[in-house]
Design a protein around this ligand. Sequence first.
Ligand code: HEM
Length: 553
Amino acid sequence: MFLLALVTSPLVALVSVGTATAAYMALAAASALAASWLLMHRSKNREPNVDWRRIGIKHVDVPSKSLFGDQLSENISDLFAQYGDTFGTHQDTGPWLVTSNLDLLRFIMIKDFNNFVDRADSLNSATPVAKSLFFAKGNHWRRHRQIVSPTFSSSKLRLISKSVEQSAETLAGYLMQQAKDGTLVPIKEISSRFTCEVIAKIAFGFEADFIKEGASEFYSFSINMFMLSRDKIASIILGCLHRIPYLVEACSKLFPSVQLFDVVNLKAATYFNDILTTAVAQRREFKESGKQRKHVDFLDLLLKANENLKAGDQENDEKSSLPLGAPSDVVTKILDDEELLGHSMLVIFAGLETTATTLQCCLFELAKNPDIQEKVFQEIDRVITTEKPSVEDLGGLQYLDWVINETLRLHPPVPKVSRKAKETRTYNGVTVPQGASVLIPLGAILMNPSVWPEPEKFIPERFSPEEKDRRDPMAFICFGQGPRLCLGMRLAYLELKQALVHVLRKVKVVLNDRTEPKKGGGGLEAKNAGLLIPLKPVMLAFELREHEIPADE
Ligand code: HEM
């Protein structure tokens, strides 16, 4: 505590003086102290002391950037080729087991889930995002997931599909206009505006028109929710401090309004807090006046889930057979206002870029593979017989499903996830020691040539029922697996299918000598440390399709 006071006292000066120079001097002093503390802390050996060789696992010295840097999927694939599908390593954050062994992963992610509930990731933030589902641990996660899961069920998604459909129609109209004007489309930006518009409407009840109108405060705070780029000195200082996660955590709690310590953009947190508070107050007023809202959204569903919980009438998750393992006395407390905000901000964080990246990559692959695009046209024209297809109609688009899945396999938006072992466990001769982290490299698993022959090729037929039957179901892991599987998976498919159906009924996507990449050029070059990001913005061309769209009566 004394040390903490020593480290943080210059920061108090920083806050009161308020100049950049004083801030950096104070932080430099803090970093020096932090470094000495790190040494002391290391010597106390707080991380579990694991000798991988002694427990029969290959130990590999891997620089942290190979496991967590920009090209992690490629690097880890090389390491697997060299050392086999499972090896141990040591990083600043302690011992890590890295594995692509599907049997071992089934054990960790599903069969022995209760021993591997937590992710190894944490978020240095004093904002409610740090307590949200993605970062929550143990019983806190169980309670949270049990409350919010029903709001993402298929039946609930049907209720919100109208909002998704409206945005998909706007997207199609926008791309038709670009086709008429012959303008190239920065497809990631437009896809992000689409997914952000959907999230603004369904998670915040915010009237959004981002596709047509472009930049807005909501959009800009959404895509800048994290402070990813800082100036050089701040980055160096933070780099030192981040070697001691406890210290940064303590600083972010002690100084919740000092942006330097917080990875979440504090202005964005305040902005979303104001919007959500207003929306929640309006809903409560509306309800008290006995009126019915026209469209249901996530916020309505979440408030209802809270009310049900208060009344002791909790709905069951459609996947309640999964071993969530929540003791009955855990799920008794409703989500408070801070948790509601954390959850809604998480929906932006988890749902915006992931789905937008998939839409971008899918349109790129269709442009690159016109024969596959033609098959998609034929299926849509055959199966969709109304202007406004229902969720059931979309369910009939089997080939489109394969195309989306193959996009996710070849371009997984989330390249890795992690778990942490509560107790030591041995499975099939592999020991995962207590406190060790497990790195699950989704990107490398989805490119494993022994599971996916010619993995760099775009082949939707890999997802035909016959091919699927031949494969271990664990292999298609782009949404994770087990009870901690992506909560928004169904929503992501709904958004992608609505967008693709509405767009591809009206326009064809093409590559030519003005697009990026060009016709006949290579694939998408991307870095994929946290999320998949193309190295150059992808610019696609659209052409009008001559096709009659059925009109509803
Ligand atoms: C194509 C789109 C998406 C992909 C590829 C994706 C992928 C993932 C992955 C890999 C995980 C970790 C799973 C694990 O650890 O086993 C995850 C978790 C999560 N995702 Fe998604 N996601 C997508 C879209 C969405 C959307 C649209 C939402 C929200 C509304 C969402 C909300 C979440 C949440 C809340 C979690 C944390 C679940 C938990 O810890 O219990 N995701 N996602």
